[in-house]
Design a protein around this ligand. Structure first.
Ligand code: ADP
Ligand code: MG
Ligand code: MG
Length: 250
């Protein structure tokens, strides 16, 4: 589904990612961890199509197509969900309106007609129930005055409604409490499926207590220095990142 080959990325001519290789198959959850400054956010920004990141070598393909050449909205229509797609507050635009517009944009791309208003209501209410959310949430302006946990919950709702094939999540350390982490985890677990893959870039080992990844990768100095199964996260918790970083130096 996703194939990252020898990816080198620079920001302002400064090399940040130095040869990332990663293959994600259908249904897999890959966690990317690593110390501060290792390049985790850079990787998520490149996958999201944020400007200012230059691919200097290598390539990223999604379902065989060049991902880095696609505009962010095209990525979305092709089934890639980027957690930071709608991070902004949009006063006056309700959540339910935005979700419907986003879903219709994807349907249009797939050659489908606009979703019927009643069908959409049924669909969204089902998702809201699944995620144990309050329906009132749907009618609030997008992200306006949302708490950290509510923003996360909303992100998960977007995922549940848009049904992407590949979800890229970057869990930055910006004020996520344990409850918000659980929201993310339960949401991801509830939409996990053999047809859907996740790349979870996480600053928190604790998140992986709630979501069991198939693979864990450690990023250090712009390279994946170690890959393993879920047990690697536990080992890191015990021994810290210096353990793998030193390994690379040795
Ligand atoms: P992480 O998310 O793992 O903490 P980042 O991807 O944010 O790491 O940063 C990786 C490295 O790239 C750091 O050394 C950081 O200082 C540098 N970096 C990130 N963004 C920029 C930028 N816009 N300009 C210059 N250096 C940057
Ligand atoms: Mg950082
Ligand atoms: Mg970061």
């Amino acid at each position: 589904m996703l194939n990252i080959e020898n990816l080198h990325v620079s920001v302002d001519d400064k090399p940040i990612l130095k040869g990332i290789n990663l293959k994600v198959n259908s249904g897999e959850i890959h966690a990317i961890m690593g110390p501060n400054g290792s390049g985790k956010s850079t990787l998520s920004h490149v996958l999201s199509g944020k400007s200012g990141y230059t691919v200097t070598q290598g390539q990223v393909t999604y379902e065989g197509k060049d991902l880095t050449g696609m505009a962010p909205e095209i990525r979305a229509r092709e089934g890639v969900f980027l957690a930071f797609q709608y991070p902004v507050e949009i006063p006056g635009v309700s959540n339910i309106y935005l979700l419907k517009a986003a879903l219709n944009s994807i349907r249009k791309h797939q050659g489908l007609s606009e979703v019927d208003a009643m069908d959409f209501l049924t669909l969204i209410k089902e998702k809201v129930r699944l995620l144990e959310m309050d329906e009132k949430f749907l009618y609030r302006a997008v992200n306006e005055g949302f708490s950290g946990g509510e923003k996360k919950r909303n992100e998960i709702l977007q995922m549940a409604v848009l049904e992407p094939k590949l979800c890229i999540l970057d869990e930055t350390d910006s004020g996520l409490d344990i409850d918000a982490l659980k929201v993310v985890a339960e949401g991801v677990n509830s939409i996990r499926s053999p047809e859907r893959s996740f790349v979870m870039i996480t600053h928190y080992q604790r998140l992986l207590d709630y979501i069991k990844p198939d693979f864990v990768h450690v990023l250090a100095h712009g390279q994946i220095v170690k890959s393993g199964g879920p047990e690697l996260a536990l080992e890191l918790e015990e021994k810290g990142y210096s353990w793998v970083e030193n390994k690379q130096a040795a």
